[in-house]
Ligand binder design. Structure first.
Ligand code: SF4
Length: 432
């Protein structure tokens, strides 16, 4: 039986696509092995969101070439889409596939193996019109299932390479969403995470035939679905309908990841973000008043070109007033091909680091304060195997919970009485 090994960088969309590609190889009789094992084919699913993502992609490609010199090395994902020439030039790469045509990945790998010639299948992503519906042929070995329902982005934030890697908006049809969700339930998954490149824009390319709320309702209507979680959303795309659904149906996790990116209006405008700090605050306050225990998590970029010390102080002050459950801090990463890469006032790396440190301190305080609010409460936790043995789990509102229990608890949704802060989460006791 031929062997194939995968490694994946980046976001939940990439994770989902790797699982779909694993299914395609398995359906053709391949055995999936770990990336450090000998294999006939290696697939590196790359990321281009930061220069670090690209550097790690190159390192993993070279590792695949070194591990089994005669094997077929396939490089796919965002880095392959935006910089195919750079990938092509790496010694030992046999197949370059962008962010489309993954349906053909097994054929392309076998074509390269047979011809011993490099195969390049990187299309014009800006011309992409259809959502590439790769059916899931094999259930991923995790506790929470990622379901990609949307592709592409048309926002063109000035720091972001993604629209150039992923192309225009494309949505998975509702029928396909229901079908794939049913497969996950049949495979024993309790939680389905809906994900996309620009999830909040779901349906905008379907001529108003469907919205994100319709997609969520489609999954909730599948018998046996215990939880639905939403991937990252643009704040301005959170509809009243979605919040009403979150209020009505507790299976829709009270957790929204709403990237803020900056707490200063002039910086937001330079980023081409389509909201103001006042608008963002009002929206979040409204959501928090309607869904009391909700976790609002966010991303903030520090050191955006031209960001002054005063503007960064505005970001710190704004974030301090927001009760975020978690803040992901990103030092600005200059991306070749994006408008901001050519902006004046590039911030020195040392200063970016200082700003990231100051914001991280605030982030840690806010996360602890958010967790503290739930000590003494009883919440439902979905358990998964922990890396070091035993189990840990997540509540609907994204609290990480640790209990004294064995792996038998994995994939179970149980009530837990939360007792105190522990590591990056809370300690608790099974209450049911
Ligand atoms: S919304 Fe902005 S940050 Fe998000 S993928 Fe699109 S361009 Fe990038």
């Amino acid at each position: 039986m031929p062997k194939v090994a995968f490694t994946t960088l980046g976001c939940k969309v990439n994770q989902f696509e790797t699982e779909a590609m694993e299914g395609l190889f398995k359906a053709r009789g391949y055995e999936v092995v770990a990336f450090d094992q000998p294999a006939d084919v290696y697939v590196v699913n790359t990321c281009s969101v930061t220069h670090l993502g690209e550097r790690k992609s190159r390192q993993l490609i070279r590792r695949a070439v070194r591990t089994a010199p005669g094997a077929t090395v396939v490089v796919t994902g965002c880095y392959a889409q935006v910089s195919p020439g750079e990938v092509e030039a790496i010694e030992g790469v046999d197949v370059i596939v962008g962010t489309q045509d993954r349906q053909r990945i097994v054929d392309l790998a076998e074509e390269a193996a047979a011809s011993r010639r490099q195969v390049r299948a990187v299309g014009d992503i800006m011309a992409a019109a259809e959502f590439e519906d790769i059916p899931l042929l094999a259930a991923p070995g995790r506790t929470r299932a990622f379901l990609k329902i949307q592709e592409g982005c048309a926002n063109f934030c000035t720091y972001c390479i993604i629209p150039y890697a992923r192309g225009p908006l494309r949505s998975r049809p509702l029928a396909s969403i229901g079908r794939e969700a049913a497969k996950f339930v049949a495979a024993g998954f309790q939680e389905i995470v809906l994900t996309g490149i620009h999830l909040g824009a779901y349906g905008q390319d379907l001529g108003g035939a469907a919205t994100l709320t319709d997609a969520v309702k489609t999954v909730l209507a599948v018998p046996g679905v215990a939880r639905v979680r939403l991937g990252s959303l643009e704040s301005i795309e959170v509809s009243d309908g979605l919040i009403a659904l979150m209020h009505e149906d507790e299976r829709l996790c009270p957790h929204l990841h709403l990237p803020l990116q900056a707490g200063d209006d002039a910086v937001l405008a330079a980023m081409n973000r389509h909201y103001t700090t006042a608008g963002y605050r009002e929206l979040v306050r409204g959501i928090q008043s309607r869904v009391p225990d909700i976790a609002i998590t966010t991303d903030i970029i520090v050191g955006f070109p031209g960001e002054t010390a005063e503007q960064f102080a505005n970001t710190l002050a704004f974030a301090a007033g927001m009760d975020f459950a978690r803040i992901h801090v990103f030092p600005y990463s200059r991306r070749k091909g994006t408008p901001a890469a050519a902006f004046p006032g590039q911030v020195a790396e040392g200063e970016k680091k200082r700003r990231a440190g100051a914001l991280q301190e605030l982030a840690d305080r806010q996360a602890a304060a958010f967790h503290e609010r739930f000590v003494g409460r009883e919440l439902a936790v979905l358990f998964e195997p922990a890396a070091g043995g035993g189990v840990e789990g997540l509540t609907g509102n994204y609290l990480r919970v640790y209990v004294d229990g064995d792996r038998g608890l994995a994939r179970q949704l149980r009530r837990v009485r939360l007792q105190g802060l522990h590591r990056d989460g809370l300690w608790g006791e099974i209450a049911d």
